[in-house]
Design a protein around this ligand. Sequence first.
Ligand code: ADP
Ligand code: MG
Length: 347
Amino acid sequence: MKKHISVIMVCMLSVILSGCNNMLDQGKELLFANKEVTQSVFAMDTYMTITAYGPNAEEAVKESVAEINRLDTLLSTGKETSEITKVNQNHGGKISQDTAFLWKKSREIFEKTDGAFDVTIYPIMKAWGFAGGGFHVPAKEEIEYLLSHVNSGRVQYVETNRQLSLPQGMELDFGGIAKGYTSQRIVEIMKEHQVKNSMINLGGNVQLLGTKPDGSLYRVAVKNPENDGSYLGIIEESDKAVITSGGYERFFEEDGELYHHIIDPKTGYPAKSGLSSVTIVSSDATLADALSTALFVMGKENAVDFWRENSDSFDAVLCLDSGDIWITKGLEKSFVTEKSVKVIDKE
Ligand code: ADP
Ligand code: MG
């Protein structure tokens, strides 16, 4: 009889203990489900911060940082041993899958934007000192001569063996699109690790995966191009890239004039289009990066026409030199500001 009672008690105890274990496991799961991992890294000439949530966040962030460094080493014109430097030195060659993806996308956007986005801009970037250092205004003749080497339409590319050939004097610079592609790659890595919530900030180029862990929208500030630390407004979004280009980001002064790093490929001079910043919101980060540069070059009127023809693939915030802010229709709800804004409609 005593033996029976003690067997029953042991059984009851183990049921209680396994119940406790289950509760502990559930507690652990809850804790790790919202586990936040953040890491910062300096690459591609800028500070980058990656934040991810969930049980696999640590591994996913670690792999993302490795991917940033891999792409920096591959695509940086400033690195002697990068693939892009070798391609530029050898007038082409067999290119990696990443470079091939970027070339094809750049070429497509070059066509679509009527040449406002042109990755063969590199000789001009060097002439101004934006690449390689030594900021100065180049002579008119030098710009004219170098412009004869700027034209993505003259690059040959054969897909079957990923062979690229550049005419003599032509050189590539993916500076206007590489960060967008990098954040797109990071989202792919996050998804491979079943990460559902992440915010990737590559020096102001922001990419969102999902929402915040509590289900609320991420809030991305759009800087005032006056560069005074204030904001034009906040974009409340999920699952989108929010990418800004502005002349205020990199510039130098000579004889009282400011010269910035976004070049109009038609003139070889910093674009003076009447826009002081362009923010693109899109689920395609690579496209968003290239378009932020392209629309800045185009100016407001052409940018509005371009959006009307492509409004299914992106939205935009345009800030004019006058300070006026225009937003495309799709951002009416997500762009939150106390300033007055005008809405660009489809018609
Ligand atoms: P940031 O790099 O500051 O985020 P952008 O995305 O606008 O700004 O990229 C600017 C870079 O793009 C320049 O540093 C240069 O490498 C490249 N670039 C400049 N003008 C053009 C252009 N018209 N088309 C393509 N790339 C450009
Ligand atoms: Mg860009």
